[in-house]
Every structure is written in structure tokens, then in C-alpha cells.
Design a protein. Structure first.
Lengths: 516, 1002
């Protein structure tokens, strides 16, 4: 029949007008370029070859550099504004709760911090498990062990901060599998994990660091950006000082091993924070700007995140003037405004050297905590070229002093505080009346730590570690006339912060910390 | 003799003129020819009346196959010269044309019957047409008459309130008339919920390029059984737009011009300088020491202007037995109520068809448009460039220009507020342009009567260009070095459709068979360059920028393809029992090869009760039909081009650092692969009734539908800590059910006066039934004062877009604080006290048009509105939040000031949280358009060859009845979002407009 004939003709046209549907990405690396066969489920690999491992290691170092917001700015908000060192600075619903102790689950900063930290964990896991599963002979065993150790140190750094902030957090050490309709039940717990107990998180950190200590690269005096054996040791010293794993002998031992790696205090405190000015003999200003950081890779830096010229940090804008660009973003209120209580502590101690490196005064266009004509700013990060010194030897050395005090070696502790720390600061030794009294020395130690490590993200954690939160902070508004009234007094629940509500909403297997 | 000579001389002159004009201006011929009647013709007179014996005014009387013709006068009388063998054609809009042979009569009286037009209308459905009366599915039609005297810029505006079941929102008043169209609710969560647009048979992604003047009609396929023929792209309904074609016997030159003046509908007054100082002293004691109490700047006047919109279109069309064409050129220039904002469009169109052989006809549709526009920053607080809020937040005591620096004031008593005058001046160079060419050619083979094969090939090429420059500023305390950007993209979509069609009728059986294939291939490429550090503002191109952004400059590209096979079979018996089945198979390159193909069937049937014996006694009933249908459609719009693959993002590394000279970029996985990704499928059932009675004076269409989207696409963010946290999965279920009613009636019709009404009513109930993995999604961060706390929450068991926050229980008269309800009763107000505080989904929406015509006048009143929807008025956070030194609206004059004071406005510095305090009833009834037009029918027009002259005036958005406190209740800063609706956040306000225009045809 004719009709059939015409239908057939048409059908031929339809077939002729057909085409293949295989289109591959043209501007994006994907499974196709990374050699993953998506038609079989078993072919999933995390890192396909040595180049992918090197790439992934680079990812971790990049994340250290990019962590300026959650791993630096917000840590300062938590450790300085949430303690007695600073005011929120730019008061608002996001920062004020840190200042008046009304932090709760809806706080957006805690959420971004949680996510920033957990994303870092995931990237570390990719490197660690990717190396474990890799079968590429061009990656030597030594390389594999070293890169893996760096991954472990990175993961420990993150978990150490997380466990100190939140206590119970999900402990994730593996990379999740693909999710398909068939295995969704099976992989669900990996993607929606429960929290682990605080002690288990600490044990994982300890285990990872002990292993990493063996294989991580040695300290390189000319490159302090690497996750070295010394970083692992310094971190172990800090971990053993914390309550859940507290072992002061180990703190002392690891502090000593860090010293044995060649670390010491720099003689000039300003080497750590200073800048090189265009005209070194004039003060910084609109027409005399910073051209570089004063020093990098000092003998005191254990882990230093560097921002050389051409790749500056941005976080300086948040604190005050950027000395490399005097007027840049200086028209809105800055964060981490030094508190009267801290300024007073410097003045009482007669500590001008460290004070001058920690606090700077400018006139500005706002008058929130001080008159706008003379307004203090946090000064330890003052130009785009300044490094963020993540771990420095003074911290570890002081921890050793803390361990000595707690183990009863008061003179050993006093010699660290007097002969090293205070001496460098140009301050007289503490009187014997203090150094002979354990309690007095502990308080003096805490004050020393406060002045030495101001605006370095330590103060809150020091108060927590030594159970001083209620004692020091509930009396703060009476000591500090500029401090807004506390919304709630600090109590035993204040030692851990709330799990962000959005994170709980997203993962119903998480449980809020008590008191929130 | 003298007279005869003169007459013949005159004839010669006219003939000469005719010849001249025939060459020069063939379309004018029809007017001149009647004056050259030859002597053997006789004069015929008569009256044309309608079935009520009322004269029909302006009916056309034409001598068939000639261009000789006339129209009836006010008494329905006509006079025409014709010869014995001529046939006269009588026609009038809405009446059935009649042909009468002249013969020996000198007097012909005609009764024109009203056309039961609705039943004989033809509706464009996918890959074909159907008689409206034979429809088994739910289709709405909007034709050009419904909108050709309204000041609309985009086709979407034409549909608003004119089609039941279709919700059209103009989410803001920015030039360009962006609309959001939802056919029977939102069907997708992360995918696109826009309908598929098909313009002259070509699927396109948007219709911004289209001038409404070119549109003949718009058909909206609403149910699955009509839309399923478009398969995987039709889940959100299909809007089929047919552009104008030359019409038989209408050689026509048409010119339309329209001039519109626009003003902001509603202003929000800020505090004067003295009241501002009072407030600031309460917010921050001591802050007012430097503040002046003189009002020197009226920011409204500095910023708003009267927007002017001009629109012109010239078109030529003609149709002969074998060829028809339509050519048009249009120009639209819309200047917004904010000085920097505009939308400009040049559009050209050439539609042509020709029957080149008996068995072959060819056609082409070519359109080209050139759009450019510039907006202002909206959806941002005045601290981040938001212009709409800035002019309310600015203290009136400071000048636009700071006299000390000679530059724009930037620091307003220490508060960072965008200076809107500066922002708009600096934004002048930010321009977005788009050129679009859609060239489509087709050839149709006719194998035998009723059997055709049509092949259409289309090239759709879009070229976009976005450039901008923020200027160099060096004055005291400010050093800005200038930034510029240049983003370009080009997209080419090729479509090749082949459609086989066969129609056959025998006895009372009518069969139609359609089969086809469609191939679509898309290639996209783009580039972006960003640079900074300019010498000055003289040259703004990037060749003079000193720093090219090393990590924000590059090129890219992507491709996708779809292959489809489809078919339809329709059968009806005497238009009494009707049945249609569709089937479509679609394969998409975006899916894994194992899951690439989707299959979309649909069935529908109708029963015309009115044709049954037992209904024959009901003379008043013209038509009664029950329809029912079921079908499945798909949606792949939410899928990225390579969605099933794991893809990696690239981070460039700094190569200028010593030791890193040869560094390579690093890559990080950006999503988890989903090998089993597949189509979203929407299954829809529909039942409807079509009812026509009283000689087509009453026409009712009702439909009920039930729609379920399964395998709904979710863009899941897994809890952080996962290897990769983002994955696209088919893991949701959404439901929409609804009812729609359309009533058209001719209430009064007599000799001079006619009153018609048109009511379109829709209600839709949406519910998110299931979400896999992540159960809760937050969205919509607004004011910085909320610090990233998002105010929309979507979860299982709720309609989309619920507002989430604290319940506010008014102002505590003792403390002045806003009281928040402690839902979990733990004596603390914390995040766990938040709950649902509003629903942006309306209970129902409606449009109601009344048209009154009296002689040549026509008055059209178009009302439109929504009922029962909430709006989150986030703008009020900034204008009544009283949390920093921003100026506030005069509403805060009633704020709490002393214990015991009873008021609804809390004290300055109250605890500001996302709460029901900012949620308002968004119901409104709007006089959308009020149009008065006049069809000039004066005799002199005919002499000059003008067949239509219609001046008109229109007022748009003249009146709005609402309790909403914001600038306008038709608002959504999130525009086309599925998850977020009804949020007013410094949104570009709607304008009230006054239009003068005219349509003229030769």
C-alpha cells in the first residue's frame, strides 16, 4: 500500500536525522579525563596516579592559605572577643553573641566554621585514603609515607580545633562511596555520620600524630610552611596539655623535642609582626606603605602560612588599616577591637614592646567602643604580606612552663617565663613571691601567656584548659567599662559551643550539646 | 460632453496614478481601484443586519476575487458597484461570512449569523493544529487582540490574568518586563519550572527576544496529555507562540506607536532631619553631636524620575493564493524610573510561506533581535549597593556631593550607605546586550491528500555581551583604581524536526496520525575578562587596564544534545467521541548512557454530550463536552550539561612566586558522580468540562488536575566532611493539585453597545511530599542584620517556600522589646523556637476583564489579583529595624519610647530577628489596565487608504487594593526561583504607567 510506502520513507528520514548522544565536557576535568569508567561501579578510584596525589597534597596547602575566614578570623572572634581580650568590634547579631555570651545554634559564623573545618577533613581524607589505595609505582614509598603523614597532621590540626570548640564531633577518616539508588541505605551512615565522644576524637588525633611524626618531613629552617615532624610534635605537646589526654610529662617531652628541632625565640619580637616600609625611617601612612613583611621563616615559627607579595591575605581588612593600602576598606567598623581590660593588662605590666606590636591607635569614622578620634585596633596582622603564624615556639615553650608548674617544678617554669619570655619582652623577672607560690605563678603564667599570645587565638582555650572561664569572664563587665553586659553568665556548659542548628537540621543524626 | 471629457481625463489621470502606485506602493492599490469602476457595472445597495435584526456597522462587503470593496455605514447600509456575475462576500468579525451572487438583484439584504467562533477556531498544539472543538485536552489561548493596546514589553505580561491555570508574576518593575510563568504550579525544586516556549514550532529557552507586536496568538498546553508530545521538556506546560502571517485578502501596512510614562506606584517616606536625630540618639546615644537638623536633600527626587517608554512597529503583510509573507521591524525603548536602568530592543521578523509545487511548499521564519539593558543593584541592603533601600536610609541632612571633597558623599555620619546617585552614575557603563537570530526553514511534502512530511531545520544563535566599568576615584580618603569586566558568550542550538502527518476522514470517522523525530544540538562558548587599575576614566576598555585578574579571566564551553522520536494518533467519531494518544521517547546527553532514554506516554478522551440524541431538545445549549486525560512529561532543565560525571573545579596557582614559575593549577572534585541520574517525571491527570450556551454568549471551561513529580531532581548538599558534598539526585516527590475556571460571556450586545466579560480563576495546592537524604533546605538570606540566617525553609510535607522564623507577639509595653514566642518553653529564645510564620502560595488568583464597546469606542477594564499569599517584607528590616545609623521610614515615629506605651512598633535597638513581624498579607486586587480606545471610521480615512485608525489611552497599575505595607505586593526578589517566593527585599518597585498609542493600518 502507498501509505505504508510513505510511512517507510518518513521512517528513513527519521533515522537519517538521528545522532549520537555522547557529548564530553570541553572546559572541565571529569571522570573522562581522570580515567574513571563510570559504567562499572567497582572502578571508583580516589586518586588515579602520582600527579593526582601531588595535586591533592597541594589542595591541602592551598586550604591552609585559604582558611583565613574560618580558621583565623573566626578563631580570633571566638578566642579573643569571646574572652576578655577584645570586643566584637563590629557589633551585630553575628558577632555580638560572642561578646555577651549569647551564642546559640543559629549563629552563622559557627556554621561556616563547622563547614570549613569538615571540608578540610574531607580533603585530608582524600589524600590519606587516596594514597592507601593507589597502585602507581611512580609514587615512591618514601613519598607516599611523607605525603600521607602531612595529610594526617593536617587532619589532626583540624580535629584539634573542632574538638576544642564543640567536643563531640563526627569522626570521619574515610572517603564515602558513590551514592546510587541501590546502595543509598548502605552509604547513608558514611554521609550522615553520628558524633564521636570527645575522648575518641582526641585518641584519633594522638594516633595520627604519632604515626605522622615518623614520616613527616623534617623541619626546614627556610620553609616553615610545611607540615613537618616539628608541627606534629608541637601539636602533640598541645594535645597532651588538654584535659581528656592530659599528660604533662609528655607535654614537656614534646616541647623539648621541638626545641631540639632548632626552634628558639627570635630576639626582636617585632620580627614576627613587622613590615618593611617604603621609607623605613618614616611612620607608615598613605604615602609610606608597606612593601613586604619584615621577616618570614623565623626561628620561632613552627607552622607559618605565608602571603608573599603578589598573593596577599585579605583578612587584614577585617582588623584595621592595611599598611600596604592605607585607605583600603577603612570606612567600616573593624573586628576584634582591643578591650580596655587587655590594654590595662599591658599597661599594668609595663609591657610596651609587646603592646606596641599588638595594639595600634588610629582615628576613624566610627565611635562604637572608643571615641573615633583615638580608636584601638588589633595590630598583629597589619598588611596583606604578613604571615599567619599558626604555631609558634613561644606558645609551646609556655606550655612547657605550664606543665612544669602543674608537675611542681616551679623554678623550671619560672626560668622559662623570666629568662626567655619576659626577657625578650624587656620585662623584669617575676618576684620570688610569685615564683614560689604555685597558684600565684599559675596566674602570672596565664597573664604572661595572655600578653605574649594576644590576638593569636589562644586566650579562650587557655581559660577553658585551666578551668578559668567562670572565674575570669563573669567578673569581666565589672573590670571593663566598655564591655556590654553579659546576656547569660558563663557556666559549665559554656566550655563547649553549640552545634550549628543548620548542621543538625541537615544531619538529623547529630545531637546538640547540653545547655543549648 | 464637457463633463464626460473631464471624467475621462480624470480617469486617465487616475489610471496613470494607479499604474504609478502599482509599481511604487502596490498595497495602496485596493483603495484607488474602486474609483476606476468601469461603466458596465451596476450599483447594488442593501442592508446588513445580524440575527437580532440589528444593523451591522462596519461589515465588509467585497467583490470576490477583486480588491473592490466597501463597508456598511451606521445603519448597516452599503452601496457597491458590481456586475451580474460577481459574487459579493459579506463578513464581519465574529460573524459567519456569507457569499451572495449578484445576478439581477439591485438590492441585497443580508443577515449575518454570529459565528460560534470558539468552536470553529483552530488551536495550535504540538507539531500540528486541532479544531478547538475537537480538543481532548486543556489548552488556553490568548490572542493579540487581548494585549495590543497594553504597554507590555514581554509576551509573559500578555498572559497574566488571561489564562486560567497560569500564574504570571512580574517579580519586579525593572525595565524589560521580566515575568515568571507557572503553568499549574511549580513542578520542580531545583530544576527549572518555566514552561517550554515554542515559537513558530521552534523550542526556545526564553522569549525576551520576541516583540509582543509580532505575536498572533499564544496557546498554552496545560495538561500532560497535550504537552506530552514535547516529552522531556514539557513537564511545566508548553507555551506555543505563533507569530503573525500574511492573511488572505489582507495586504496590509500596519504601524503601531505607543508612548508610556511611568512613575513609582508607592513611596515610602523617610524621617526628616530632626526626627532622624531623635532616633539616632535612642539608637546610639551621643551619635547626633555632629548631625545637622536641616533637611537639604530629598533623596526621592534625586533618584526617581518619570520613566519613558516608546514602542514602534512597522509591518507589511500580504497573502496570495500561493504565497504569504509578514515582515516587521520594531523598536522599543524603555527608560526605567531609576535613571540608569533601561531596556532597548530592535526586532526584525520575516515570515514567508510559498506553495512552490502542488506537492511541495516551503516556508521560513527568520527573526533577529538586539536587546540591551542595564539595571540597578537590588536585593541588597543599602550597605551593599542596594539603591532602592538606600534612598530611604539616607539622612536628609546630608548633600549628594560632599562639598569638602567635591565628590559624592559616601560617609553618612559614619554609617556606610550607598549613595544612590553615585551608584547609578557609576553603573552607567554596565550594559548587557544580547543578539539573537532564529532562522528556521521548512519544506513540506504532500504525498497525497491529507498526507504530509514536513522537515524543519532551525538555527538559534544567541550572542551575549556584558561589559562594565567602575570608575577611578581619587579624592581625600578614597583611592579606587577602577575595575572593568567583559563577558561574552555564544550559544548555537540546531534543531531538525521531521514530522509525518496523515489525516483521513471516512463516514463520520476522523483519524489523524502523526509521527516525528527531533534532533537538537547545542554548543555554548564563553569568555570572561576582569581587570583593574586604570589611569583615569577616559578609556574604559580592558586593553588599558594594568592588572588583568589572573584568577578570574578565561574561556569555557559546553555542549548538549537531545534526540527524540514521537507520535500521536487522534481519532474521533463525528466529533462526538474523541480520543488522542501521544508517545515520545527522549534521549539526553546529560544522562549516563545506561539511563539516557526516557519514555513519555499520554492518553486523553472526550465525549461531546451535546451531540447526543438525549440533549437535542436543549436549544440554548451550543456545546457540552467532558474531557479527561492522563500523561507523563519530563524535565531535564535542572541537569547540568554533564551532570552524571564527577567533575573537577580548577584553582589557579601563583606562578610569579619564586620557585613556582612552572606551577600547574590544582583540581578538586566539585560533585559526586550520579551514574543513575534520570529525568524528572511529572504524571498528570486532568478532567474538564467545556460548556457553550446561548448562541456562544456564555462560554465556560473548567478543569481539575492532579500532578505528581517523581524522581524530582535534588541538588543535595551533603553534610560537610563528605569527600564531595554536592550531588544531584533524583530523590524527591512534589504534588500539585488545582482547579481552574474560565468564563467568557457577552452580557449585552445590541446595535451600538456591547459588554463582554472574561473571568479567569485558578487555584493550586502545592506540596513537597518527599525529599531523600537531606530533609531540610534553607534559602533566602536577606539583610545583613540577620547575619546569614535564611528565612525560607523547605521540607517534606509542606508547600514550597514557607517563611521560617520566630513568632512575634507584639511589643512589650514595659520594655519596648518585640516579644518572641518561646515555643519550646525553655525560657530562652533560641534557634529552636523558630517555626513556620508564613506561606507565599496564594489561595487563588484571578483575572477579570470587562470590555464595553459603544460605536467606535471601547473601554476595557482589566482587574487582576491574588488572595491569601504572604509576603516577607525584608525591606522593612532596613527601613524599620532601627539597629544602626540608617535613616528609617516614618512608621518608626510610633515606636515605643517609654514604659507603659502601647504601640505596635518596638523601641530603637530592639532584638531584631527574622519573625512574623515582617510577614504581611500579600493579597491584592489591582486595576491592572484601564484602556479607552476609539476606532475612527470617518469617511475621509477611506479616501486616504486607511483601513484602521485606532488611538487609545491606557493606565496601568492605576489602583491597587491591598493591606501590604511595602511598595508593591506583586514582588519577589528571587524572581524565577522555585524554592523562594514572595520576598520583598529592596526590590525594583513596580511603576504606574500612562500610555498613549495608536494603531494604524493601510
Amino acid at each position: 500500500m502507498k501509505i505504508i510506502k510513505y510511512i517507510l520513507i518518513s521512517a528513513v528520514v527519521f533515522v537519517a536525522a538521528s545522532c549520537s548522544l555522547d557529548y564530553n565536557p570541553i572546559d572541565t576535568y571529569s571522570d573522562i579525563t581522570e580515567g574513571i569508567d563510570t559504567t562499572s561501579a567497582s572502578s571508583q578510584v580516589i586518586l588515579k596516579d602520582r600527579a593526582a596525589v601531588i595535586n591533592q597534597r597541594q589542595v591541602l596547602y592551598q586550604r591552609l592559605k585559604d582558611g583565613q575566614e574560618h580558621w583565623y578570623l573566626d578563631m580570633l572572634l571566638l578566642a579573643e572577643s569571646h574572652s576578655d581580650n577584645a570586643y566584637a568590634g563590629s557589633p551585630n547579631a553575628e558577632t555580638t553573641p560572642f561578646e555577651i555570651n549569647s551564642i546559640e545554634g543559629s549563629n552563622p559564623n559557627l556554621k561556616r566554621d563547622w563547614n570549613g573545618h569538615m571540608d578540610n577533613i574531607a580533603q585530608a581524607n582524600r589524600l590519606i585514603q587516596g594514597i592507601d589505595e593507589l597502585k602507581d609505582p611512580s609514587l615512591t614509598e618514601a613519598e607516599a609515607k611523607q605525603f600521607r603523614a602531612e595529610g594526617l597532621i593536617f587532619r589532626s590540626l583540624v580535629y584539634f580545633d573542632m574538638v576544642r570548640i564543640w567536643g563531640r564531633v563526627p569522626l570521619i577518616t574515610t572517603v564515602g562511596k558513590d551514592i546510587t539508588a541501590d546502595n543509598i541505605e548502605e552509604v547513608y551512615p558514611a554521609y550522615f555520620p553520628q558524633q564521636s565522644e570527645e575522648i575518641d576524637v582526641y585518641k584519633q588525633i594522638e594516633k595520627d600524630l604519632l604515626e605522622a611524626e615518623k614520616y613527616a618531613p623534617k623541619n626546614n629552617p627556610t620553609d616553615k610552611t610545611l607540615l613537618t615532624k616539628s608541627v606534629a610534635r608541637a601539636l602533640l605537646a598541645k594535645v597532651y596539655a588538654e584535659k581528656p589526654l592530659r599528660d604533662y610529662n609528655k607535654v614537656i617531652a614534646y616541647a623539648d623535642s621541638v626545641a631540639a628541632d632548632g626552634f628558639e625565640l627570635v630576639p626582636d619580637f617585632s620580627d614576627l609582626w613587622g613590615v618593611q616600609l617604603q621609607n623605613p625611617s618614616a611612620p607608615p601612612g598613605e604615602n609610606n606603605f608597606a612593601v613586604d613583611a619584615k621577616k618570614r621563616n623565623t626561628s620561632e615559627a613552627i607552622l607559618e602560612i605565608q602571603y608573599p607579595v603578589g598573593s596577599g591575605n585579605w583578612v587584614t581588612w577585617m582588623f584595621g588599616r592595611s599598611l600596604d593600602n592605607w585607605n583600603f576598606w577603612f570606612d567600616w567598623a573593624k573586628w576584634i577591637t582591643p578591650s580596655r581590660d587587655l590594654i590595662n593588662a599591658f599597661q599594668t605590666a609595663g609591657d610596651t614592646k609587646r603592646y606596641n606590636e599588638s595594639v595600634v591607635w588610629y582615628s576613624c569614622s566610627w565611635n562604637i567602643y572608643y571615641p573615633s578620634s583615638n580608636y584601638p585596633f588589633m595590630y598583629k596582622t597589619r598588611s596583606a604580606y604578613n604571615s599567619i603564624i599558626k604555631i609558634r615556639y613561644a606558645d609551646i615553650l609556655l606550655l612547657k612552663a605550664e606543665a612544669l608548674i602543674q608537675t611542681g617544678d616551679l623554678s623550671g617554669a619560672a626560668s622559662i617565663i623570666n629568662d626567655k619570655i619576659r626577657k625578650r619582652a624587656g620585662l623584669a623577672a617575676l618576684p620570688a613571691s610569685i615564683t614560689n607560690d604555685k597558684n600565684a605563678l599559675l596566674n602570672a603564667y596565664l597573664n604572661e601567656r595572655r600578653l605574649e599570645l594576644a590576638f593569636e587565638g589562644q586566650r579562650w582555650f587557655d581559660l577553658v584548659r585551666l578551668d578559668k572561664v567562670e572565674e575570669v569572664l563573669n567578673t569581666l563587665p565589672s573590670r571593663d567599662s566598655g564591655r556590654p553586659a553579659l546576656r547569660y553568665p558563663y557556666d559549665k556548659f559554656s566550655y563547649k559551643l553549640p552545634i550549628p542548628q543548620d548542621i543538625i537540621d541537615q544531619n538529623p543524626n547529630l545531637v546538640q550539646n547540653p545547655g543549648y | 460632453m464637457e463633463n464626460t471629457k473631464k471624467n475621462s481625463e480624470r480617469k486617465i489621470v487616475f489610471r496613470f496614478a494607479t499604474r504609478f502606485l502599482r509599481r511604487l506602493f502596490p498595497l495602496l492599490v485596493s483603495i484607488v481601484v474602486p474609483l476606476t469602476l468601469s461603466a458596465q457595472k451596476t450599483t447594488i445597495t442593501g442592508v446588513v443586519v445580524d440575527s437580532n435584526n440589528e444593523p451591522v456597522i462596519g461589515a465588509s462587503v467585497l467583490v470576490k476575487s477583486t480588491s473592490t470593496g466597501t463597508v456598511t455605514d451606521l445603519n448597516g447600509k452599503f452601496t457597491i458597484e458590481a456586475s451580474k456575475n460577481d459574487v459579493l462576500v459579506f463578513s464581519y468579525i465574529g460573524m459567519v461570512p456569507q457569499e451572495i451572487k449578484v445576478g439581477n438583484s439591485r438590492n441585497i439584504n443580508v443577515v449575518l449569523k454570529e459565528d460560534i467562533k470558539i468552536l470553529s477556531e483552530v488551536v495550535v498544539v504540538g507539531y500540528g493544529t486541532q479544531k478547538k472543538k475537537d480538543l481532548t485536552t486543556a489548552v488556553s489561548t490568548v490572542s493579540a487582540e487581548d494585549f495590543d493596546v497594553r504597554p507590555i514589553v514581554s509576551a509573559g505580561q500578555a498572559i497574566q490574568g488571561k489564562a486560567a491555570g497560569v500564574q504570571v508574576i512580574q517579580p519586579n518593575g525593572a525595565p524589560g518586563g521580566e515575568t515568571v510563568i507557572r503553568v499549574r504550579g511549580t513542578t520542580s525544586f531545583n530544576g527549572n519550572s518555566d514552561p517550554l516556549y515554542v515559537v513558530d514550532g521552534v523550542p526556545v529557552d526564553n522569549i525576551n527576544f520576541l516583540s509582543p507586536n509580532d505575536i498572533e496568538n499564544i496557546n498554552i498546553l496545560k495538561d500532560a496529555s497535550s504537552a506530552a508530545i514535547y516529552g522531556s521538556r514539557a513537564a511545566n506546560g508548553v507555551v506555543i507562540i505563533t507569530t503573525k502571517q500574511g492573511k488572505s485578502g489582507e495586504s496590509k501596512i500596519a504601524f503601531n506607536a505607543q508612548l508610556t510614562a511611568k512613575n513609582v506606584t508607592h513611596k515610602i517616606q523617610s524621617l526628616n532631619a530632626a526626627d532622624y536625630i531623635d532616633l539616632m540618639e535612642e539608637i546610639r546615644p551621643g551619635s547626633s553631636s555632629q548631625m545637622s537638623s536641616d533637611d537639604i536633600t530629598n533623596w526621592y527626587d534625586e533618584v526617581y524620575r518619570t520613566g519613558l517608554q516608546q514602542s514602534y512597529q512597522l509591518s507589511f503583510s500580504n497573502s496570495t493564493e500561493k504565497t504569504s509573507y509578514f515582515l516587521s521591524a520594531g523598536y522599543l525603548d524603555e527608560k526605567g524610573i531609576f535613571p540608569a536602568s533601561f531596556f532597548r530592543r530592535y526586532s526584525f521578523r520575516a515570515n514567508m510561506t510559498n506553495e512552490i509545487r502542488k506537492w511541495l511548499s516551503i516556508g521560513s521564519n527568520i527573526s533577529y533581535s538586539d536587546n540591551s539593558n542595564n539595571g540597578i543593584t537590588t536585593g541588597a541592603g543599602s550597605n551593599r549597593g542596594g539603591v532602592v533601600l538606600a534612598l530611604i536610609n539616607l539622612p536628609t541632612s546630608l548633600p549628594v556631593i560632599n562639598p569638602e571633597t567635591g565628590y559624592y558623599t559616601r560617609n553618612f555620619y559614619g554609617q556606610n550607605i550607598t549613595n544612590p546617585v553615585e551608584a547609578m552614575e557609576n553603573g552607567k557603563d554596565d550594559i548587557t546586550r544580547e543578539n539573537r537570530l532564529i532562522a528556521s526553514g521548512n519544506a513540506m511534502l504532500t504525498f497525497m491528500k491529507g498526507m504530509t512530511l514536513k522537515s524543519t531545520f532551525t538555527l538559534d544563535r544567541r550572542h551575549g555581551l556584558q561589559t562594565g566599568f567602575s570608575p577611578v576615584v581619587h579624592v581625600a580618603g578614597i583611592d579606587e583604581y577602577g575595575n572593568a569586566w567583559d563577558n561574552r558568550n555564544m550559544n548555537t542550538v540546531l534543531t531538525w524536526d521531521n514530522i509525518f502527518n496523515y489525516q483521513k476522514s471516512f463516514d463520520k470517522n476522523n483519524i489523524e496520525l502523526m509521527m516525528g523525530s527531533s534532533w537538537t544540538d547545542s554548543k555554548y562558548s564563553n569568555s570572561w575578562i576582569n581587570g583593574s587599575n586604570f589611569r583615569n576614566n577616559e578609556i574604559k576598555t580592558l586593553n588599558v587596564a594594568n592588572k588583568i585578574a589572573w584568577d578570574n579571566t578565561g574561556t569555557g564551553g559546553s555542549t548538549w544534545g537531545i534526540m527524540s522520536y514521537f507520535g500521536r494518533i487522534s481519532y474521533n467519531y463525528d466529533s462526538k467521541y474523541l480520543f488522542t494518544a501521544n508517545f515520545r521517547a527522549d534521549g539526553s546527553s546529560r544522562l549516563h548512557p545506561d539511563h539516557r532514554w526516557g519514555y513519555f506516554p499520554s492518553f486523553s478522551a472526550a465525549w461531546r454530550l451535546s451531540s447526543e440524541e438525549f440533549m437535542q431538545g436543549l436549544n440554548w445549549l451550543d456545546d457540552l463536552k467532558i474531557r479527561g486525560g492522563w500523561g507523563q512529561t519530563g524535565n531535564q532543565s535542572g541537569l547540568g550539561d554533564y551532570a552524571y560525571l564527577q567533575r573537577y573545579s580548577v584553582t589557579r596557582q601563583q606562578w610569579w612566586i619564586t620557585g613556582q614559575e612552572n606551577v600547574l593549577p590544582i583540581i578538586t572534585a566539585s560533585n559526586l558522580r550520579t551514574t543513575d541520574l534520570t529525568w524528572e517525571t511529572t504524571t498528570q491527570s486532568n478532567v474538564g468540562i467545556d460548556f457553550t450556551a446561548f448562541k456562544s454568549r456564555l462560554n465556560i471551561i473548567m478543569d481539575y488536575y492532579y500532578k505528581k513529580t517523581t524522581n524530582m531532581l535534588l541538588n543535595i548538599t551533603l553534610p560537610s566532611g563528605a569527600n564531595v558534598t554536592s550531588i544531584q539526585r533524583n530523590g524527591g516527590l512534589m504534588r500539585n493539585t488545582g482547579f481552574e475556571l474560565s468564563v467568557n460571556s457577552i452580557n449585552i450586545t445590541n446595535k451600538n453597545f456591547k459588554w463582554t466579560s472574561d473571568l479567569e480563576f485558578s487555584l493550586n495546592r502545592n506540596k513537597l511530599v518527599k525529599l531523600d537524604l537531606t530533609k531540610i533546605y534553607y534559602d533566602a538570606a536577606t539583610s545583613d542584620a540577620f547575619h546569614g540566617i535564611q528565612i525560607v525553609r523547605n521540607e517534606e510535607g509542606r508547600p514550597l517556600g514557607g517563611f521560617y522564623g520566630y513568632i512575634s507577639d507584639g511589643v512589650d509595653s514595659e520594655t519596648g522589646e518585640l516579644i518572641y514566642r518561646d515555643i519550646n518553653q525553655d525560657n530562652k529564645i533560641t534557634a529552636s523556637d523558630r517555626t513556620y510564620i508564613g506561606d507565599p502560595n496564594p489561595d487563588f488568583i484571578y483575572g477579570f476583564t470587562n470590555t464595553f464597546s459603544w460605536k467606535g469606542f471601547s473601554l476595557s477594564i482589566f482587574l487582576q489579583g491574588t488572595y491569601g499569599n504572604d509576603i516577607f517584607n525584608a525591606s522593612r528590616i532596613e527601613t524599620e529595624g532601627m539597629y544602626d545609623l540608617k535613616n528609617q521610614s516614618t512608621r518608626v515615629l510610633d515606636r515605643w519610647r517609654r514604659p507603659g506605651m502601647i504601640t505596635t512598633i518596638p523601641k530603637a535597638n530592639f532584638n531584631l530577628q527574622p519573625s512574623s513581624y515582617f510577614v504581611e498579607d500579600g493579597s491584592y486586587l489591582r486595576l491592572k489596565d484601564l484602556t479607552l480606545s476609539y476606532n475612527v471610521t470617518a469617511p475621509f480615512l477611506k479616501k486616504t487608504g486607511i483601513s484602521r485608525l485606532q488611538p487609545y489611552i491606557t493606565a496601568s497599575n492605576l489602583l491597587t487594593f491591598t493591606n501590604y505595607l511595602g511598595m508593591d505586593p506583586e514582588v519577589n526578589e528571587w524572581g524565577n526561583s522555585n524554592a523562594v517566593q514572595g520576598i520583598d527585599w529592596g526590590t525594583y518597585p513596580q511603576a504606574k504607567s500612562f500610555v498613549f498609542g495608536f494603531n494604524i493600518e493601510f
